[in-house]
Write a protein that binds this ligand. Structure first.
Ligand SMILES: [Mg+2]
Length: 232
């Protein structure tokens, strides 16, 4: 294949946005209390949560401390309700999803063209990387427990926002550095205009995914794909 590195966004690219918002997030919300009743929040996660809570107290966004179990649940539900990209919340959600996937109660949804495309890339000795704002652990679960089987063996690298935000070119520079790759060896697939420009600005080839359920993007000059089957 023309590129050595294929980099994929998840939501709106490999996976319908509706899976994340209508299945994954409600699942973690529904199971939050029973999970916390059975599992103590790990010390370092609780520390991060307390720090975040303190800032919200100061800003008067949430008016309680989280010393008690009940208030910890209230606070986590608050973070979910405002769609906060919170590290401790993500870690707790990841653990809840892991239990759901392993029990068979959760199964991720991948678009029907993903499996064959990943297989094609791997068989041509190119590498597959994932770059998503969900945590690396959550990303791995999505590809391991999918409606198309376990796609994890196809994937070489996972990146989350520890390399930087998805709309910043520096993040893509960091990814290239970790892949030890030049921009001309890489192609990135995403459904978001700003992410596409952030990667394109450093010379990465980009395709904007036009999938059912994706948000309409501002006018742009990106190459577009409705399906990976169109890629050649
Ligand atoms: Mg996306």
């Amino acid at each position: 294949m023309k590129f050595r590195h294929f980099i994929f966004d998840i939501e709106g690219t490999t996976t319908p946005i509706s899976f994340v918002h209508e299945i994954l997030f409600p699942y973690s919300k529904k199971n939050l209390k029973s999970f916390l009743e059975k599992n103590h929040i790990e010390k370092n996660i609780l520390e991060d949560l307390k720090n975040e809570n303190k800032i919200d107290n100061e800003k008067k966004l949430f008016s309680f401390g989280i010393e008690s179990f009940e208030k910890q649940i209230d606070y986590l539900e608050f973070l979910i309700s405002v769609d906060r990209k919170s590290k401790p919340l993500k870690e707790i959600q990841g653990k809840i999803w892991e239990i759901g996937y392993k029990s068979g109660e959760l199964k991720s949804i991948l678009f029907s063209d993903v499996f064959s495309f990943f297989k094609k890339i791997k068989s041509s000795d190119s590498e597959i990387s994932i770059y998503s704002s969900g945590s690396v652990e959550a990303q791995k679960l999505i590809f391991e427990y999918s409606n198309q089987g376990n796609l994890k063996p196809f994937i070489s690298n996972y990146f989350d926002t520890t390399v930087g935000g998805k709309r910043e070119s520096d993040s893509y520079k960091n990814i290239l550095k970790e892949l030890k790759a030049n921009s001309s060896e890489c192609v990135f697939f995403t459904d978001i205009n700003e992410e596409a420009y952030a990667a394109k600005n450093i010379g990465v080839e980009v395709f904007l995914m036009i999938r059912e359920g994706n948000l309409l993007q501002a006018e742009n000059d990106h190459k577009k794909l409705k399906s990976f089957d169109e890629f050649n």
